[in-house]
Ligand binder design. Structure first.
Ligand code: SAM
Length: 289
């Protein structure tokens, strides 16, 4: 039985004068890894959650939103994806959602920090069980940037960049060179999903602009879609959908995706269409790059 750790709070800056806080019921693990400061914490509302360098990465309460939305939109646009590369994703949630598709043949996952995998296997089974149980999953502990540099042409149909924000170990993943390598490594109908940050607070807007400007240089189709996630800055976050061939709305294969019969808590094809419908202020941010 965990003793209640009263009056100890986890707080995270969402902007220079805005904080997100939750009262802790337990501090499960804290470690300075070779790459980042890793914490596994618990609160009544968010359950067990992981932070890296002081930023929430994944919580038991709202991880379903993030992992539905990083995976299913691409799978619904191209229902024939067989070879998937996940970059980052050490908690396992993204791999868990990809593994729900029986027609996927290979899931390569490149996570730079083995300590993240170990901590999530120990403290967050809801996302990490797949890491030790899925035969199609090939978990590589290494730098996703180097992996993509060395990967062969047209080796994957889908790349999911489930990395941390563009500083620390995640910084190198937000470069034109990285996206050019992703494009080379993707098949002709390949899709890239990546972190597109937030559109509310100034620092996040800057990161969104930087990411979009770089991806637009590399992929002919570069769209952005949003989702409601309580523990990320402003509660609304975005992914980028980049492709050489598919438009995420015109090429949505709703009937094919529904035929998979997946019981998802957040994603459905109506929401898919809505997620790509952006507020005017976000359109203006993206048009300004
Ligand atoms: N949902 C989270 C988010 O949106 O911020 C991401 C979760 S996942 C835990 C982020 C992972 O990216 C971390 O485990 C981190 O170690 C990994 N990562 C960061 N940079 C990386 C790189 N260059 N190569 C591979 N993995 C990387």
């Amino acid at each position: 039985m965990l003793t209640k750790v009263s009056d100890i709070w986890y707080s995270e800056y969402h902007d220079h004068d805005v904080k997100f806080s939750t009262e802790l019921t337990a501090v499960l693990h804290q470690e300075q890894t070779p790459f980042q400061y890793l914490q596994m914490l618990r609160s009544e509302t968010f359950g067990t959650f992981m932070t890296l360098d002081g930023y929430v990465q994944v919580t038991e309460m709202d991880e379903f939103v993030y992992h539905d939305m990083i995976c299913h939109p691409a799978m619904a646009v191209n229902p024939h994806i067989k070879r998937v590369l996940i970059i980052g994703g050490g908690d396992g949630g993204t791999a868990r959602e990809v593994a729900r598709y029986a027609h996927v043949e290979k899931i390569d996952m490149v996570e730079i920090d083995g300590a993240v995998v170990d901590a999530c296997i120990k403290h967050m089974p809801v996302t990490s069980t797949v890491l030790t149980s899925e035969p199609r999953l090939n978990l590589i502990i290494g730098d996703g940037l180097a992996f993509v540099q060395e990967a062969p042409d047209k080796a994957y149909d889908l790349i999911l960049v489930d990395s941390t924000d563009p500083f620390g170990p995640g910084e190198d993943l937000f470069t034109v060179e990285f996206y050019q390598n992703c494009s080379r490594v993707l098949s002709d109908d390949g899709i890239l999903i990546n972190q597109h940050e937030g559109a509310f607070y100034e620092g996040d807007v800057l990161q969104m602009k930087k990411a979009h400007a770089k991806i637009k240089q590399v992929f002919p189709i570069a769209r952005v879609y949003g989702f409601n996630i309580p523990t990320y800055a402003s509660g609304y976050w975005y992914f980028g959908f980049a492709s050489k061939k598919f438009d995420p709305i015109q090429d949505l294969q709703e009937e094919a995706w529904n035929s998979f019969g997946l019981d998802t808590r957040y994603y459905n094809c109506d929401l898919h269409r809505g997620a790509f419908a952006l507020p005017n202020y976000v359109k203006k941010i993206l048009e300004s790059v």
